[in-house]
Design a protein around this ligand. Structure first.
Ligand SMILES: Nc1ncnc2c1ncn2[C@@H]1O[C@H](COP(=O)(O)OP(=O)(O)OP(=O)(O)O)[C@@H](O)[C@H]1O
Length: 584
């Protein structure tokens, strides 16, 4: 338990001084809790002595004591307020920074990171786990550290009256801490199972929500629900198991404290009967026995929460410590934008996907990459943008090895238009502006006009401020594609990587998309995963890929004469486009 508290304190870093000042206020807060009880005992003792004619009471003393109690109450509220001001907001400030930092980390890790860490795990870390830390991190420090500060301060106050009573209270605290220790050991095993089941629950819920159209179209609602039900059942079972494991230690913890309270009452009565303690002080000790353990009684709940926080922090740290792909990179400014693959080999895990691939792309030319499905076309594009690190060989842009760049300085030079467009759950304006966050509204509109999407955007009642829903749910495939092209036009990078749409888009949309692409690619270095015959034929260079190797390289008029994969591929495409009745 204390190890985890220490871990949170280390994590708090620069805010430590505020935390420690908060502890000082906590100490004084506990004194202000004890002072009125002690003053009350003192007053009762004077009244008792007066009643027994031992010593006449001076009324001014009663006034002083009342004033003292009043000031203690004020002091108690003030210290409690100061502690809260100093400590409570620390965690909110920290987690906000942490979220931004994690966002930054995720931007700089290789894409392979997202395969080895399931999206459900990453999502729960950034959302649930950090929120959990946010909600409970500081509360737990308050419960445990301030709880113990309070109990030890009160025990210290007891020492002034009777050392045996203070010692009995200490024994109660020691036994209850032992119970908490065992509770912590049990909790350690359960918390990771608990978090895993939570992450499975989130994962299966996300999967279900994303797959609703497929589930509906295949009529598999029951099958999909079964996965979620299984995850929820698992979560229920682990929660019940945790509760069952906790009960005995919870009881032992409370039993130790309550027994110590009873012992305090018993000993006070014993000392009073023996004449070692006055009756008013006995009454005061009895009041003490009720309040002394109040702050540590709830620590049992903190133990499990702390273990959960510990496991959460492991998960968050795993993301934070992920190795940046550009850790040794620097900010490089390019003057030329030709691209060179020099004997590049690359594998996903152990699956070799590109095998000694070499080619050159001259600046301001168009290179079409063609090849069967799975031959490695998309992989080549992803490697230019350094989404993954290669196994061997080198990739150069403008004669600079891409390994020497930071991600930001490399990607500044590259615009990518994917087949599967991702749009954010935001306005159309912001989705386009994403290409250049510094762009003005006019620049966004100019880019949209070039991308042939201005007219359809203006047909919406809210125009550019139309919210387009998650992943652009309210737009057609062609419209989404044009918005993503507008985004790329706005970015205005010298290198454009394009994955030409294969999905059947109606001829009108296809015409607009083609016009938009012409605007985007004008005067740029273009790498295009090409499917249309016109694109392939007009390219300055065609790379024919098969099974991770370049099997043909050249221009259309040369390659068509060879009896190779290119000719075969073109025949297939011709037939396909003929079937679609498209002009090339
Ligand atoms: N993220 C990944 N993890 C593991 N293997 C992958 C991953 N992405 C692609 N592959 C595999 O690498 C090979 C090449 O994939 P790639 O997507 O580059 O091919 P492609 O030529 O673009 O295919 P398509 O035309 O179907 O899009 C395939 O065998 C694919 O299964």
């Amino acid at each position: 338990m204390f190890k985890i508290i220490k871990r949170i304190i280390i994590w708090i870093g620069d805010y430590k001084s505020r935390l420690y000042k908060g502890f000082v206020y906590s100490f004084f807060n506990s004194l202000f809790i004890a002072f009125p009880i002690m003053a009350g005992g003192f007053a009762m003792n004077m009244i008792y002595d007066d009643f027994k004619n031992v010593q006449k009471i001076n009324p001014i003393w009663i006034l002083y004591i009342t004033l003292f109690i009043f000031l203690s109450v004020l002091g108690r509220f003030y210290t409690s307020y100061r502690r809260a001001v100093l400590q409570d907001s620390i965690i909110y400030e920290l987690t906000a920074k942490q979220r931004i930092y994690i966002g930054d980390v995720l931007k700089r890790v290789p894409l392979g990171f997202f395969q080895s860490n399931k999206s459900g795990d990453i999502t729960t870390s950034v959302t649930n786990d950090l929120s959990y830390l946010e909600m409970y991190g500081m509360k737990m420090i308050d419960t445990v550290i301030n709880g113990y500060i309070s109990v030890f301060t009160l025990i210290l106050c007891l020492c002034f009256f009777n050392i045996y009573l203070a010692f009995s209270a200490l024994i109660g605290v020691i036994f209850s801490t032992l119970a908490l220790h065992f509770l912590g050991v049990k909790s350690k095993n359960n918390s990771s199972a608990h978090l895993k089941s939570q992450s499975r629950m989130v994962g299966s819920t996300i999967e279900y929500l994303k797959g609703i159209p497929i589930i509906k179209s295949f009529g598999k609602e029951n099958f999909a629900i079964k996965n979620i039900e299984k995850a929820y059942e698992e979560s229920k079972n682990i929660n019940i198991k945790i509760e069952k494991n906790f009960v005995p230690f919870n009881c032992f913890h409370l039993f130790s404290l309550k027994s110590a309270s009873v012992l305090l009452i018993f000993l006070s009565a014993y000392f009073a009967l023996n004449g070692d303690m006055s009756i008013p002080y006995m009454a005061m000790m009895m009041i003490f026995s009720f309040v002394i353990f109040g702050h540590v009684e709830t620590i049992n709940n903190a133990v499990h929460v702390l273990k959960m926080i510990d496991t959460n922090m492991d998960k968050i740290e795993k993301i934070e410590n992920a190795e940046f792909i550009d850790k040794d990179g620097s900010d490089i400014k390019l003057n030329s934008f030709d691209i060179k693959f020099d004997n590049v080999s690359f594998s996903y895990d152990k699956n070799l996907v590109l095998n000694n691939v070499s080619f050159n792309i001259d600046q301001n030319t168009t290179t079409a990459i063609i090849g069967p499905s799975g031959s490695g076309k998309t992989t080549i594009c992803n490697l230019i943008a350094r989404f993954y690190d290669i196994d061997s060989g080198n990739i150069f842009i403008g004669n600079e090895n891409i390994k020497l760049f930071t991600c930001d300085s490399l990607l500044k030079n590259i615009s990518m238009v994917f087949q599967r467009v991702y749009l954010f759950n935001d306005s159309i304006f912001n989705n386009i502006k994403f290409g250049n966050p510094n762009a003005s509204r006019e620049e966004v509109i100019i880019a949209s006009k070039k991308a042939r999407c201005h007219d359809f955007i203006m047909s919406f009642p809210k125009g550019y401020d139309t919210l387009i829903g998650e992943s652009g749910a309210s737009l057609s495939g062609g419209e989404k594609q044009r918005i993503s092209i507008a985004r790329a036009i706005l970015k205005n990078s010298p290198i454009v990587i394009l994955d030409e749409a294969t999905a059947s888009i109606d001829p009108e949309n296809e015409h607009f998309i083609q016009e938009a692409l012409n605007e985007l690619t004008h005067g740029k270095t273009i790498i295009i995963i090409a499917h249309r015959l016109a694109t392939i034929k007009n390219a300055d260079q065609i790379l024919v890929l098969d099974n991770g190797k370049i099997v043909q390289k050249g221009i259309h008029s040369e390659l068509i004469k060879e009896n190779g994969l290119y000719k075969k591929f073109l025949d297939i495409r011709k037939n396909a486009e003929g079937w679609k009745i498209l002009k090339d």
